[in-house]
Write a protein that binds this ligand. Structure first.
Ligand code: PHE
Ligand code: NA
Length: 440
């Protein structure tokens, strides 16, 4: 119908290629890099996990991000309608992705709220003294819900401004700031006494551990790659749908993967020296590490309050640049399909996400359920469907999105078969292992 054509031509686009890259990097770089990655590394053997993660990024992350890009740019539509190009039943796959994003943003905002609160408390060092008890009082309860609401309000504000003037503008400022400030923090951490043990733990792999724990390391590493690169939730599909036809998606995908990986490593270079400088075992620090052991470390640092402000500020903007991408996914669906303004849609979805997230702010076990169900079940399911869609619904057509007239070339063909077989099997395996461990 003609209205559909009209709406597509009216659809927003990124203002520039670098804008798209910044937005995608902003989505990828987030709590996953700074909070989750060091924690996962600590519970999976430190450098051994780093190595497994590096291999998984190259072998799964890069081909998979390209697969999502091809779906999005080809369709120039939100994730539901992009999958819908494969037939009505495929819309369900897109809907699942949009629901996944909505689900994640609900509890991701709770962590964003903790970060916001710690940022506000840093100048006075309110969390010094009794860091563990303080974190408990911040993490769970009515306050946690209120700070999550504040975090969501900022998220909604940016998404409401639109693609070019909202998301692109915000991430163009945020992403360079994240990289520069984290670089500064890593240099500072290097000057701490005892930091050397942190580097050794993080950077020198124990090959014995690697060999003995391959069965748990592989799904953990693959799951971390999906989470950290925002794969399986339709973000890279949605963001690529605002990209013009002429751009090389391969170079963009490579740049996004490289920057995201480097920021994860930078986070490790900040977190581990800080932990070791205080004699804290990373494995024991657990998921609350950046709010407890690290927060406590600032107390004994020269200008620790300032360090705290910079540290939580970086985490806050990294979290925001991811939460806007999460909210944008369902927002794009409603903006594409209904005659509703972007601010109204974003506001309504933000309110819904808040309500869904309230139970995770009030109960730690619910929070953990939301997080592990998302990363271990929903995201792998989403990416599994992506591999089938690109591999068999688009098939050779998908190669057209990688470049003009490349269908007969070796690399694009190899990529397609690689997605059909290797990525497919790796994700399927991860999903099976996750589901069994989930059920068990
Ligand atoms: N990639 C983000 C991070 O590392 C989290 C995220 C996951 C965002 C899935 C969107 C979708 O924090
Ligand atoms: Na990430």
């Amino acid at each position: 119908p003609s209205w559909a054509v009209k709406r597509v031509t009216e659809r927003e686009q990124w203002g520039s290629r670098i804008g798209f890259i910044m937005a995608a990097v902003g989505s990828a770089v987030g709590l996953g890099n700074i909070w989750r990655f060091p924690y996962e590394a600590a519970t999976n053997g430190g450098a051994a996990f780093l190595l497994a993660n590096f291999v998984a990024v190259l072998l799964i992350g890069l081909p998979a991000i390209l697969a999502e890009f091809t779906i999005g740019r080809r369709a120039q539509r939100n994730v539901v309608d992009a999958f819908g190009r494969g037939g009505r039943a495929w819309k369900a796959a897109g809907a699942l992705a949009a629901v996944t994003a909505f689900w994640i943003v609900s509890y991701y905002s709770v962590v964003g709220g903790w970060v916001l609160r710690y940022l506000i408390e840093s100048p006075t060092g309110a969390y010094f003294g009794e860091p563990a008890a303080h974190f408990e009082s911040v993490a769970v309860g009515l306050d946690a819900a209120l700070y999550a609401a504040a975090f969501l309000l900022i998220t909604v504000g940016i998404v409401a401004m639109g693609i070019e003037r909202g998301i692109e503008l915000a991430t163009k400022i945020m992403v360079p700031a994240i990289v520069v400030l984290m670089g500064g923090l890593a240099v500072f951490a290097a000057t701490l006494p005892g930091s050397g043990a942190g580097y050794e733990y993080f950077l020198a792999p124990d090959f014995g551990y690697l060999a003995d724990n391959l069965v748990t390391l592989i799904p953990a590493a693959v799951g971390e790659v999906l989470f950290t690169l925002s794969l399986g939730s339709g973000i890279m599909i949605t963001y690529a749908s605002y990209v013009e036809d002429a751009e090389s998606l391969v170079a963009d995908g490579g740049a996004i993967v490289v920057v995201n990986t480097l920021v994860g490593y930078l986070a490790g270079l900040i977190v581990f020296p800080l932990l070791f400088a205080q004699g804290v075992e990373p494995g024991e620090a657990g998921a609350g590490a950046i709010f407890v052991s690290i927060a406590n470390a600032f107390q004994s640092l020269p200008a620790g309050e300032l360090f705290g402000v910079v540290f939580y500020f970086v985490i806050l903007i990294a979290a925001l640049s991811s939460s806007i991408s999460l909210l944008e996914i369902p927002t794009a669906y409603f903006v594409d399909n209904f005659d509703a303004g972007r601010p109204v849609v974003a506001g309504a979805l933000g309110t819904g996400a808040f309500l869904l997230g309230v139970p995770t702010a009030l109960d730690q076990a619910t929070f953990e359920f939301f997080d592990s169900f998302a990363s271990e079940v929903m995201l792998p399911t989403g990416l599994f469907l992506v591999t089938v869609f690109v591999g068999w619904v688009y098939g050779r057509e998908a190669m057209d999105e990688l470049g003009e007239g490349v269908r007969e070339q070796f690399l694009p063909r190899a990529w397609l078969w690689y997605v059909r077989i290797v990525v497919f099997l790796a994700v399927a395996m991860t999903l099976v292992l996750s589901v069994t461990s989930f059920a068990g």
